[in-house]
Design a binder for this molecule. Structure first.
Ligand SMILES: *Cc1c(COP(=O)(O)O)cnc(C)c1O
Length: 364
């Protein structure tokens, strides 16, 4: 049977039906109804964040933050990483802001704080780092730089659902953090996303900008879009949240098995275990050094495919090598890692037996 890179976590059918049944009585389908509010409060508790605004997807959640901060079309530059899903950079550009690409660290693939300051100009308004694969950025160094230069920090925490640093929910770092609840993520609401933040003044804007900028029936004071999470998706979230700890534990078992199988293999760089971090095992990435391993990343990808196993070249190409962002910024480490990285199948239902099957093909 085929093994794909991911498989969405689903609740029990009966459980979901029970959760959506009240909607058939109330006819309250969307516009921040009771199920939205219930999930919002459960997630604030789970993520340990003071404020949370939920969206129809993570991308629009991120796009909306910049506008809520007053940065849309301000002519500013935003320092970010090319080693991310394209959404991060699109969200910046679609706000009329200019992305400035900063290179990553070769060992954990997150933005290299030592390279940020050289990119700051008098136009820089924000830093948008990404917690790649759920591996957290150097949040302390980034905060120090942001404070020194008076910049906003918006984390793309799409991969980092439930991750904690020193016991603190990862959504508490920076001015705001975006989580994705897409079907392929650790926690899903089918499609969905959210932004966490602490600043009370962001709250009203975040809530109104996803609903056309409507403040009340007769007052529309901002030019917003429509990006509200509906009740059926919120119900999916409530059901999936009940199983989240078991899902993460299952991912952990799979990750540990991969680690065992790949320990000491020349030419395979595994993900780093981070100090003081409660991880979520969102992805399992290996970086393949073709000289030492004897095969390229693409060779391994194709061989897996021949065995009906579908890994993903994620992230490849680096965003600044994509057609729409061609040749912007010198980021040699991101370029190199993106050519060598392969994310292997990783999801809650992946069995240790399947991990062995995948590892056998890679190590053949
Ligand atoms: C998934 C993802 C997004 C976008 O989230 P959606 O919910 O799919 O819109 C943004 N950034 C990163 C790094 C992601 O992985």
């Amino acid at each position: 049977m085929s093994i794909f890179v991911t498989r969405s976590s689903m609740p029990d059918y009966e459980d979901y039906i029970k959760e959506v049944k009240p909607i058939f009585e109330s006819h309250h389908l969307t516009n921040m109804g009771p199920i939205y509010k219930k999930l919002q409060h459960q997630l604030m508790a789970y993520l340990g964040v003071p404020q949370l605004s939920m969206f129809v997807n993570g991308h629009l959640a991120l796009e909306t933050v910049f506008q809520a901060m007053g940065l849309k079309n301000c002519g500013g530059e935003v320092i970010t990483t090319p080693f991310t899903f394209v959404s991060t950079v699109h969200a910046i550009v679609r706000n009329g802001l200019k992305p400035v690409f900063c290179d990553i660290k070769p060992d954990d693939y997150t933005i290299d704080p030592e390279k940020i300051e050289a990119l700051i100009t008098d136009k820089t308004v924000a830093i948008v780092p990404v917690h790649v694969y759920g591996t957290i950025c150097d949040v302390e160094a980034i905060e120090a730089i942001a404070r020194k230069h008076n910049l906003k920090v918006v984390y793309d925490a799409a991969h980092a659902f439930g991750v904690k640093y020193k016991g603190i929910g990862i959504g508490n770092f920076g001015d705001a953090a975006m989580f994705s609840f897409h079907a392929t993520k650790v926690f899903n609401t089918i499609e969905g996303g959210a932004v966490s933040f602490s600043d009370e003044s962001l709250r009203r804007s975040m809530h109104s900008l996803k609903n056309f900028g409507i403040k009340d029936e007769e007052c529309i004071d901002e030019i917003g879009g429509n990006a509200k999470m509906d009740e059926f998706r919120a119900a999916m979230g409530i059901c999936n949240l009940r199983n989240i700890d078991a899902c993460i534990a299952a991912r952990r078992a799979a990750a540990e098995r991969y680690n065992e199988r790949f320990a000491g293999v020349k030419g395979l760089q595994l993900m780093k275990t981070q100090q003081d971090v409660l991880p979520n095992y969102a992805y399992y990435a290996v970086v393949i050094d073709p000289e030492q391993f004897g095969e390229t990343r693409d060779d391994v990808y194709e061989r897996l495919k021949a065995h009906d196993i579908y890994a993903r070249k994620y992230f490849y190409p680096a965003v600044n090598e994509m057609d729409c962002y061609e040749n912007t910024g010198e980021t040699p480490i991101a370029a190199k890692i993106s050519r060598r990285v392969l994310t292997l199948p990783m999801y809650a239902d992946l069995t240790v037996k399947e991990v062995d099957q995948i590892s056998d093909v890679i190590l053949k």
